[in-house]
Design a protein around this ligand. Structure first.
Ligand SMILES: *Cc1c(COP(=O)(O)O)cnc(C)c1O
Length: 369
């Protein structure tokens, strides 16, 4: 089965090999050296003042960021499942909370955010997804973050980059906490999360909040190349191997291949007469909207050995999502759009004429830098 869901994504062979080595103790010079090397590469990827790794799924990092960076009230953007989750976390932690909601295909705007800040002068933190995976939507996070900082630099900007960091270059100039996780753009098994931090965020964290997710104790320990609690050694060894692999190819080349696969996949979907769901697409995935998507997706799995994702909540049975994150062979991506066309033929939706494959190949190679 070809795994083409926007998380989990396939784990590259070299990473699996690296993780197959015997378990080592986490409080040893041997592991500290691996941690140091991984941390250096992760800091380079983030381009921020500091970074911490957490043994948690991405949601753990979201909770840690909200708890440690919100003192009075947080504004969250809900344009999908994951934005909704920031609000639920704020509520569970007993934080003051305001939410802006959008249709799942509609990006947040600078104007809406500034208006909400005016109406709520006690807001001291803001949280948004860069790529909202529920609908494959890209929010204009850089512009919103810049406008927030111009208005009030003490407001902490938390950006969930779980399906964005490692997909495209992220300008973190106005971001205080940039969250990522292991099993999506960063091609590892689930269980590891990361938060890139600005110096302003570190200052506000101070002594930290909570116990396991107290970021002050993680910052202190990780600067010494160790962790407050038992480190997920195997996953960090895998992360180190993954970062080596992508550095060898070059992050820019990696981002470019991801972009080209995405644009080519969208061209193929349009050539089949299918509708792209988000008003602004994230580079992490292609989301197609329509009543026919449900039948196409199940036939793909049953007859063509291709696993793509559906939708949740109101989008259940209404969309499918094709992943572009990770080290994906262009031959595999081309097969996926071809299989969609074959499935549509089989369902009597449209006779097969090779339109998807043609549009994919032409677009992919026309975009060659
Ligand atoms: C998957 C995802 C999460 C949640 O991560 P988990 O690892 O499932 O906890 C948060 N935000 C976005 C944008 C995601 O795609």
């Amino acid at each position: 089965m070809l795994l083409f869901t926007p998380g989990p994504t396939p784990v590259p062979e070299v990473v699996r090999q690296a993780m197959a080595t015997p378990t080592i103790h986490h409080r040893t010079p041997e592991f500290e050296a691996i941690f140091a090397s991984t941390r250096t590469k992760l800091l380079k990827l983030y381009g921020m003042d500091d970074v911490v790794m957490l043994a948690a799924s991405g949601t753990g990092a979201m909770e840690a960021a909200v708890d440690n960076l919100t003192a009075t009230k947080i504004l969250t953007i809900n344009a999908g499942k994951f934005g909704e989750r920031f609000g639920k976390i704020a509520k569970a932690l007993g934080k003051g909370h305001v939410e802006l909601t959008y249709e799942w295909n509609t990006p947040a705007t600078v104007e809406d955010v500034l208006r909400t800040l005016d109406a709520n002068p006690d807001i001291d933190a803001f949280a948004i997804q860069i790529s909202e995976s529920a609908g494959g939507l890209r929010h204009p996070v850089e512009a919103i973050a810049k406008a927030i900082k111009a208005k009030n630099p003490s407001i902490m900007v938390i950006a969930d980059g779980i399906t964005a960091l490692g997909v495209e270059p992220i300008d973190a100039t106005h971001i205080d906490a940039l969250i990522s996780g292991s099993q999506k753009a960063l091609m590892l098994p689930p269980g590891l999360a990361y938060i890139g931090l600005s110096n302003a965020a570190i200052e506000k964290i101070g002594k930290g909040k909570g116990y396991y997710f107290n970021l002050a104790s993680e910052i202190k320990n990780q600067r010494q190349n160790t962790t407050a609690y038992t480190a997920p050694t195997t996953l960090i060894i895998g992360l180190n191997a993954m970062l080596d692999q992508v550095e060898a190819m070059g992050w820019d080349a990696f981002y470019d291949a991801t972009r080209r696969r995405g644009v080519a996949t969208q061209a193929a979907m349009k050539a089949l007469g299918l509708a792209i769901y988000p008003k602004v697409s994230a580079r992490s995935m292609t989301t197609v909207y329509g009543d026919e998507t449900k039948a196409i997706r199940s036939l793909l799995k049953k007859e063509f050995e291709v696993d793509i994702a559906g939708g949740q909540d109101a989008l259940n049975g209404k969309i499918f999502r094709i992943n572009h994150m990770g080290l994906i062979g262009v031959n595999e991506a081309a097969w996926v759009v071809n299989a969609i066309e074959l499935a549509m033929d089989k369902l009597g939706l449209r006779p097969f004429d090779g339109a998807a494959s043609t549009a994919f190949s032409r677009t992919y190679y026309d975009l060659k830098a």
